[in-house]
Design a binder for this molecule. Structure first.
Ligand SMILES: Cc1ncc(COP(=O)(O)O)c(C=O)c1O
Length: 399
């Protein structure tokens, strides 16, 4: 091994952009709590408000609609719990949550928690074999008793299989009933055109470290008219829905990253899609019975996502064998890695649980090059062969 790592796990976290490092370093040297009224505080506040304006402009939102959080997980929790509590407080009949079955755990577990402890009734919306949510099922669930629905939540694009959801159709289904819609757009920003106002969404989650910003910063973009009950209580920052001293350096870093990533997107997305297609072709050439999961059509999946199953293999073995060869990828979403269960996303798509266990996600980003694809092309055949041999041994032992 040369020591050069091939990093193909950008969906877990992508390298911080050099511009962002400079911005964050400069802001870290600044003194001041943005809530303080003296000159240092006002200077810090200015950075926060300029960052808010910049994030809003890049995402088609108004500055007052941007609520900074500690990342995607917190923004998802604030959206799901905050909207549920506020809608139920306004009308106690509103206890149903309609959520896609393929959400990230930050939404999935927040929704499940509301069901387990707060009396929410959850309807998990089915997806098809490509991972696309069934909009007719959403329509029927709404129609059945619209007055009892607290909210709808469907992610913009899957962190796991890369499938892009029909967000326009989801919004169109809910709007006539006045039911608010949240979308987790963590993986979409920087890879797809994301315009909050044009989407018609009521709330949308963004995370810094998926777009070249720091880990630990994100935002909930939320329409002013949407009532939210806070999850965190304290100093009343962020229009009283997200207390906590604002992290000026991280916020400035988030703004810089969103700006750079959304500006670069038009050129970067086709570059990534071409690399992604070359990677998938190389895998098929080496392992003809590999299966591409998610939507194979160019417009239907994230340009940086290649999610493949290798029948007869364990995903963890594949991942570790590739890691030993200097190639870093994931068995699914980083958050569920290490848990030897097939992913809820693949199961919801109807993938055979045994096949699902032998899955890898290669995710590309701004530092990806043709050399990365060449490395995978050279390694994947022998690695799958070894993982299959190990699988046979384990099967024999188990049998
Ligand atoms: C779709 C999606 N939502 C939410 C999150 C959580 O974001 P964060 O890591 O900023 O908490 C992730 C990160 O893996 C994600 O991919």
């Amino acid at each position: 091994m040369t020591g050069v790592r091939v990093y193909l796990d950008h969906a877990a976290t992508t390298p911080v952009l050099p511009e962002v490092v400079d911005v964050v370093a400069a802001r870290l040297r600044m003194l001041g709590n943005p809530s303080s009224l003296h000159a240092s505080g006002r200077a810090a506040r200015k950075v926060v408000e300029e960052s808010r304006e910049s994030v809003a402009a890049a995402l088609g939102a108004r500055p007052s609609e941007v609520v900074f959080t500690s990342g995607g997980t917190e923004a998802d929790n604030l959206a799901v719990k905050g909207m549920f509590w506020a809608r139920r407080a306004a009308d106690p009949r509103r206890i149903r949550i309609l959520a896609s079955a393929v959400e990230h755990h930050a939404v999935l577990d927040a929704v499940q928690w509301l069901a387990d402890t707060e009396g929410a009734e959850v309807e998990w919306l089915p997806v098809d074999r490509l991972g696309r949510v069934d909009v007719d099922a959403l329509g029927s669930a709404l129609e059945r008793d619209p007055g009892s629905v607290a909210l709808v939540t469907v992610m913009w694009a899957s962190n796991e299989v890369g499938t892009v959801q029909p967000i326009g159709d989801v919004v169109a289904a809910a709007k006539p009933y006045g039911v608010p819609v949240h979308s987790d757009a963590v993986q979409a920003v920087a890879q797809l055109p994301v315009d909050f106002a044009a989407s018609g969404l009521d709330a949308m989650t963004v995370s810094g470290h998926k777009v070249g910003g720091p880990i630990g910063i994100g935002a909930l973009v939320v329409r002013r008219e949407v009532d939210l009950v806070p999850v965190l209580h304290g100093g009343g920052q962020e229009r009283d829905v997200r207390s906590g001293t604002l992290d000026v350096a991280a916020i400035a870093g988030l703004a810089a990253a969103v700006d750079v990533a959304t500006t670069a997107r038009a050129a970067e997305a086709p570059r990534l899609a071409a690399l992604r297609d070359a990677l998938v072709a190389a895998v098929f050439a080496a392992v003809p019975d590999a299966v591409l999961n998610g939507d194979p059509s160019p417009g239907g999946r994230l340009p940086g996502n290649a999610h493949l199953s290798f029948p007869g293999c364990e995903g963890d073995s594949l991942m570790l064998l590739l890691d030993a060869r200097g190639i870093e990828c994931s068995t699914g979403s980083a958050c569920s890695a290490g848990v030897p269960e097939p992913s809820h996303v693949l199961l919801a798509m109807g993938v055979d649980p045994l096949v699902a266990r032998g899955s890898l996600r290669f995710s590309l980003g701004h530092t990806s090059t043709e050399a990365d694809v060449t490395a995978v092309a050279g390694a994947i055949g022998p690695v799958v062969e070894r993982a299959r041999a190990a699988g046979m041994v384990n099967l024999a032992k188990a049998g």
